[in-house]
Ligand binder design. Sequence first.
Ligand code: HEC
Ligand code: HEC
Length: 288
Amino acid sequence: MKNNGLAFVLITTVAMVILGAGLSVFFSRFMNLGGAGTDTAPISGPNLPPQAAPIQEPAAALTYSPPSPQDAPPAIREAVLLGYNILLETGKYATPYVGNKLSCSNCHFKAGLTQGGKNGGLSLVGVGATYPKYRKRQDYAVDLVTRTNDCFKRSMNGRPLPEESKEMTAIVTYYQWISKGLPVYAEIPWLTIKPLPSTHVPDKTRGEQLYGVKCSACHGKNGEGTAAGPPLWGQDSFNDGAGMHKPVNMAAFAQLNMPLGNPDLAVEDALDLADYITAQPRPHFSAN
Ligand code: HEC
Ligand code: HEC
C-alpha cells in the first residue's frame, strides 16, 4: 500500500514535469510566431487561422551592387557579354528584330546596370529575381522572355526574338547575372516606374514651348533625334504600344532623367512635355 502510494506520487510528478515542459515549449514557439516583441504577438483563437510570421524584408534598405558582365564565370561569360552588347547596341547585335533607331539602353541606361533614381534611367538590376509575374488584367503569366519581346515589339517597333534563339538566351542569362544573389521575389525598390504624384492637368501648348527650350537641341526640332539624343517620335522612334508612350511613364522618366545629365523639370513641366510628345505621330503597334 505504502509503496503503491509512493509510486503513484512519483509517476504523477514525472508526468506533470513532462507535460509542463511540453506546454512551455509549445507556448514559447506559439508566442514567437509574431516576431521578437511579445506585444506584437498575434491574437489567435480557436476560430482564427494561425498567422504566418511577417517576412523580414527591409525593402528600402536593400543595398546591392550587380557584378560586372566581364566577371561572369567562363560557362556563361559569352552569353552574358552578348546580352550586355545587345542591350547597349541593339540594332547592331539583334539587327533583324529592331524596327527603329533606338537601343534598349536609351531607356534602360547602361544596359540597365543602374539603380534607377535620378540619372539612372530604367534599371534592370534584379529582374532575374522578380519574374515570372502574373498579370491579372490580361490573365496570363509573363516571364522575362515575354516581357523582353514586349519591348522588342513596342519600344523597338520590331519583331519578337525566337524563344530559343542565341540572342534571347543571351539576354536572359545577362539578366540572371546582374541579379545574382538577390533573394527570389525580393521587393526591389529601384525597379518599375513610380508615377509622379500630381493632380496637374497637362497643357500641350506649354509642353511644346518647353520642348523647344529644354529638349529639341538633342532630340531634334521634330523629335527625329540628333547625334546628341535618340528620336522621341516619328518613324525611327518607339510605337504607340510602348510603355514610354503612356504619358504617366514618360513624365516620370523625364522628370528623373531629362535634360540628360542635369534633370531639372518641375513635375508640371514633365507632365506638360509628356502630353505634347505622346501626341506626336509615331508608328502604330499592331498585335499581329
Ligand atoms: C543633352 C542632350 C539631351 C537633352 C537636352 C534631352 N535629352 Fe532626352 N535623351 C538624351 C540621350 C543621350 C538619351 C539616351 C541616353 C542613353 O542612351 O544613355 C535620351 C533619352 C530620352 C528618352 C528615352 C529614349 C527615347 O528616345 O525615347 C526620352 C523619353 C527623353 N530623352 C526625353 C527628353 C525630354 C522630354 C527632354 C527635355 C526635357 C530631353 N529628353 C532632353 C539626351 C538629351
Ligand atoms: C523607349 C524606351 C524603352 C526601350 C527602348 C526599351 N524599353 Fe524596356 N521598358 C520600357 C518601359 C517604359 C518599361 C516599363 C517599366 C515599368 O513598368 O516600370 C520597360 C520594361 C522592361 C522590362 C521589365 C522591367 C521590370 O522591372 O519589370 C524589361 C526586362 C525590358 N524592358 C527589357 C528591354 C529590352 C531588352 C530592350 C531592348 C530590346 C528594351 N527593354 C527597350 C522602356 C523601354
